[in-house]
Structures are given as structure tokens and as C-alpha cells.
Design a protein around this ligand. Structure first.
Ligand code: CO
Ligand code: ZN
Length: 334
């Protein structure tokens, strides 16, 4: 599974430009699903049919990752940019980004005050730039509208893994492996790989409208609180099992969905943690609020340093999330 994880986190796929990730995932799910579809926005669906006695369940993980988009080019060859998704300004200085054509650039900002140089204050967005090593407009390999992701090489620390786009390629891995392990199910399961989550759960909204599920489950990362002197009180820990979401800033899980996930974990002796996140949300927010409403919940992979180029997860949590989701989908859920 580590090689699948590495393949997915190393594939280029900022919000709105998920085609390379979709191609990789499609190659994995096509032999496993009854049917594969792509909608107008680029969401990928892999359908696994049940025996007709269960529910219609949409399980979603997003393919996109945060990035930057070029807004203007300067005569000297420097690129001004805006962000795609929630990028932390403090992580920008000296960071490298990679464009779709392979061009690599370094991020810096206009010469600043002593406070800015020492990192005590941060420049406004308009004063940051990307330097791709060009000497002027003539030899610029990229331009306005081109999009880059943060360079975030994969490192295997053994039980723990480091990379930059576990949000949410690790959710995509959980879906692919669950589809692989799911023998028989009473449910029609729609494994959904969504686009544009990081810019406001845009893909999941149309995906859920189109597929009309009875139940919607997101699989995504959630920030872990087990670092020295955390500023937020978050109970999630690395290695203590997947999170079963109770609530985040955008959604309150349907109690029946959450309880069914808890019962499944208990019955199969799978470790889990209850997750309450005081900020952020997932594709479940969009799935829940479509049409006349959908029963929604989420399974989370505890993650340190989310939305930074070095996110950290524990492989055991991933394995347990796959076990939990597979067991949940194998039996009646209501
Ligand atoms: Co995210
Ligand atoms: Zn995410």
C-alpha cells in the first residue's frame, strides 16, 4: 500500500486541475468496479452494486490539493500569484512550487521591514512572488493562469509517513483499498473521487446532486492535536485509530450514521476516536445539504501539520480506516 500512497501523493493535482490524479485513480478502480463514470466537473465515480436490499451510499474523497495560481508576470521574470485553497502565509518563505509542465520555482517576497525578514510579521499577499530562474518575460516557461503545487516529497519513516498532499490523497487510497476489499454488499456504493474540495467543496456538491445518495460519507484528513503545547484543543492523536466525525465547522454528522460507524468499529475491534473539529469541513458538508438532505458523516485520518508541505500520518490509522469502511459497507447500516 505504501507504493500506492507514494504514487498518489506525488501526482500533480491542484484544485480545478485534477486530471492527472483522476487518470491514476481510474487505472486502479476500473478493474474493481461495475461501472466507472466522470461528470462534467471532473468528479470520478466507481460504482459497486449491491443485492438491492441496502442503501445508496456515496463515499467521497477529494482528488485536489491546495496550490498557487499566477496572476501577473513582471518584466524581470518574477510571477505574482494568488492561492487555490487555504495556504498558510507563514509556510511560503523559501518554499518550492512545481507547475504542471515540471517548472520549479522558489517563493519569496519583496524586500521587507526587519520584522518581515525575521518572520515577526507577514507581507500582504501582493508582495509575494515566485522566481523560476527566468531572466525576463522571454524565457519564462509559465505565465498568467498557470497553477503550481507545493513541492512535498514523500518520506517513509516506518510506521509514520510524511508528504504534502495526504489531504486528501490518503482518502483516495482508503477508497481504492476499500473497493478492493469489499466482497459483497447489500448497498449500491458510489466511490466518488471529487474535484475542487479545497476551494469550497464544489465538486461534491454536484456529485451528490447527480447521484442522489441516501447516505453520504466523506473520507478526509483531520488535524491531530498531539503536538507539544497545541494552541487548539483537539483530541485526535496519530495512531489511535481513524476519527469518526461528530462535528466540524461546516457539518454535524447524522447521529445514526455516526452510531453505525461506532458500532461497526466496536463489533470488529477496530480502534477509533471521536472527532470534533472547531474549524474546517469536508465534502460531507456538501453531500448533506443537497436536494432534500442526505444523512451524512465522515471518517478521518488524523494528520499533523495539515495544509503544510510536510503532513504526517500513521499507517495504522489508514489500515484501520480501510477495515472500518469495508465492514460498514458490508452490512445493513440503518
Ligand atoms: Co484540505
Ligand atoms: Zn481535505
Amino acid at each position: 500500500m505504501k507504493s500506492l500512497i507514494q504514487q498518489l501523493v506525488e501526482t500533480y493535482g491542484p484544485s480545478g486541475f485534477e486530471d492527472q490524479v483522476r487518470d491514476v485513480i481510474r487505472g486502479h478502480v476500473e478493474p474493481l468496479a461495475h461501472e466507472v463514470q466522470v461528470d462534467a466537473m471532473g468528479n470520478l465515480f466507481a460504482l459497486k452494486r449491491g443485492d438491492g436490499s441496502g442503501q445508496r451510499i456515496m463515499v467521497a474523497a477529494h482528488m485536489d490539493e491546495i496550490g498557487v495560481i499566477v496572476t501577473q508576470v513582471e518584466d524581470e521574470g518574477f510571477l505574482r500569484f494568488s492561492t487555490l485553497g487555504a495556504v498558510a502565509p507563514k509556510a511560503l518563505m523559501g518554499t518550492r512550487v512545481r507547475f504542471a509542465n515540471g517548472t520549479v520555482g522558489v517563493i519569496s517576497h519583496d524586500g521587507g521591514s526587519k520584522e518581515e525578514i525575521m518572520g515577526k510579521t507577514l507581507p500582504d499577499w501582493g508582495r509575494w512572488f515566485i522566481d523560476v530562474g527566468a531572466t525576463g518575460r522571454e524565457d519564462l516557461p509559465v505565465g498568467v493562469g498557470d497553477v503550481a503545487v507545493f513541492e512535498h516529497p514523500f518520506h517513509d519513516l516506518g510506521r509514520r509517513l510524511v508528504a504534502g498532499s495526504f489531504d486528501d490523497r490518503i482518502g483516495c487510497v482508503v477508497l481504492i483499498e476499500t473497493l478492493r476489499h469489499l466482497q459483497s454488499t447489500p448497498h449500491d456504493v458510489i466511490f466518488t473521487f471529487t474535484v475542487q474540495e479545497e476551494v469550497g467543496v464544489r465538486g461534491a456538491r454536484v456529485a451528490a446532486f447527480g447521484m442522489e445518495p441516501d447516505i453520504g460519507l466523506a473520507v478526509d484528513v483531520a488535524p491531530a492535536g498531539d503536538i507539544p503545547h497545541p494552541t487548539q484543543s483537539i483530541a485526535l492523536k496519530l495512531g489511535a485509530g481513524p476519527g469518526i466525525k461528530v462535528a466540524d465547522a461546516g457539518m454535524i454528522s447524522h447521529p445514526q450514521v455516526r452510531e453505525a460507524l461506532e458500532r461497526t468499529a466496536q463489533a470488529h475491534h477496530i480502534p477509533y476516536q471521536l472527532e470534533v473539529l472547531p474549524f474546517g469541513s469536508t465534502d460531507a458538508k456538501a453531500m448533506q445539504a443537497t436536494r432534500a438532505g442526505v444523512m451524512a458523516g465522515a471518517i478521518s485520518i488524523p494528520t499533523r501539520y495539515t495544509h503544510l508541505p510536510s503532513e504526517m500520518i500513521d499507517l495504522h490509522d489508514v489500515e484501520h480506516a480501510i477495515q472500518l469502511l469495508t465492514a460498514y459497507l458490508s452490512a445493513p447500516v440503518l
